[in-house]
Design a protein around this ligand. Structure first.
Ligand code: PLP
Length: 395
């Protein structure tokens, strides 16, 4: 078995060898600036064009609707801040959900300080936002609905199709943070009526520091990064050519292999969930049983403190996460787990394991075996657990 069992693919993924191969020439050989006029630069320019096509194809967009950015966070910031700026004469109200990634939530909080109003809709116990609630929240001054395609912590897939219909009917722009869904499940911006979509390279076996914002033709948002005329004057900065090439290749591979990869991942993931729920008592699966990302498993173990569990798993070479990568290191329980109604003490005992097609059955079985032993050990040291068991015995 490998020294490291990597089960944190929602935090980032390994760059595929095919992706790296595709990127390498753009560091040292075809290193020209794609904006230059001489012939030498045309190789780099052609590579950026090709990547744009590869990305566009994966979501049913036109190539000229894809804008390369420095990642999912920038794309989210751009979509929200630029929409607020461009449409503030029409209104200052934005609708989103309580379980968005912090790239959305913190941007919304910043916009509130600038005089915008944000409605953070609750979700149900599985993490699903209700399209009816969205419709009810719409006001004459609503300019944007931003709902993630799939949640990064609990994997729940949101009802984008219904939301898209509502947004269109009311003439309101619809943005989705699709960083977790892009390349993992089918997405079509036409069928879903999506006006803006954020995605990131490093969540699909591409490089870090590159992403895209899809902007539907006709959406009048301006540049967020000012400077040169790159990206049709909407995103300044010399193109990150190797990164863009890598994201393009990763998108192409994700599209081509989506079905076979997902069949493999779902089988492993379901095996993981089945074993954990069957063999570890006082455990719950968070998120939706069916409408969830193929690679996501998220559990709460009662009487367990997430950080200690992660440290002990790490000692066995297993990489998992509690909450999201961005919140680990803080002691606050995940805002997503609180939003699905879990009390603080249960939300604290959460573990997210996110798989990729590179994982094996052997790795999953080893992980469950180790996890079982770790949970037993931690519960053995917990006075709360001891009280609970004693009480059970008396009843
Ligand atoms: C990872 C992630 C982001 C941030 O993307 P970066 O490319 O890391 O900036 C935003 N939203 C979601 C849902 C994510 O999972």
């Amino acid at each position: 078995m490998k020294e490291v069992i990597y089960l944190d693919n929602a935090a980032t993924t390994q760059v595929l060898p095919e992706v790296l191969q595709e990127m390498l020439p753009y560091f040292t050989e075809t290193f020209g600036n794609p904006s230059a006029v001489y012939t030498f630069a045309s190789g780099a320019k052609g590579a950026v064009d090709k990547a744009r096509e590869q990305v566009a194809k994966l979501i049913g967009a036109k190539t000229e609707e894809i804008y390369f950015t420095a990642g999912g966070s920038e794309s989210d910031n751009w979509a929200l801040k630029a929409t607020a700026e461009a449409y503030k004469e029409k209104g200052r109200h934005i609708i989103t959900t309580a379980i968005e990634h912090h790239a959305i939530l913190h941007t919304c909080q910043w916009l509130e300080q600038q005089g915008f109003e944000v409605t953070y809709l609750p979700v149900d116990e599985k993490g699903v936002v209700s399209p009816q609630e969205i419709e009810k929240a719409i006001r004459p001054d609503t300019i944007l609905i931003s709902v993630m395609a799939a949640n990064n912590e609990i994997g729940t897939i949101e009802p984008l199709k219904e939301i898209g219909v509502i947004a269109k009917e009311h003439g309101i722009l619809f943005h989705t943070d699709a960083v977790q869904a892009f390349g993992h499940i089918p997405l079509d911006v036409e069928a879903l009526n999506i006006d803006m979509l954020s995605a990131s390279g490093h969540k699909i076996h591409g490089p870090k520091g590159v992403g895209i914002l899809y902007i539907r033709k006709g959406v009048k948002i301006r540049s967020f990064v000012h400077g040169g005329a790159q990206e049709r004057k909407r995103r300044a900065g010399t193109h990150n050519v190797p990164g863009i090439v890598g994201m393009g290749k990763a998108a192409e591979l994700a599209g081509t292999h989506m079905q076979e990869n997902n069949e493999k991942i779902v089988a492993l993931r379901n095996h993981l969930i089945d074993r954990v729920l069957k063999e570890i008592p006082y455990t719950r699966l968070n998120g939706h049983e069916i409408n969830r990302l193929p690679n996501n498993a998220n559990f709460c173990f009662r009487f367990i403190e997430g950080e200690s569990m992660l440290i002990l798993l790490d000692q066995k070479g297993i990489c998992g996460s509690s909450g999201s990568a961005c919140t680990s290191g803080s002691l606050d329980p995940s805002h997503v787990l609180l939003a699905i109604g879990l009390p603080h003490e249960i939300a604290h005992g959460s573990l997210r394991l996110t798989l990729s097609e590179k994982n094996t059955l052997e790795e999953i079985d080893y992980t469950v075996d180790q996890l079982k032993a770790i949970i037993e050990r931690l519960r053995g040291m917990s006075p709360l657990y001891e009280d609970f068991i004693k009480k059970q015995e008396r009843e």
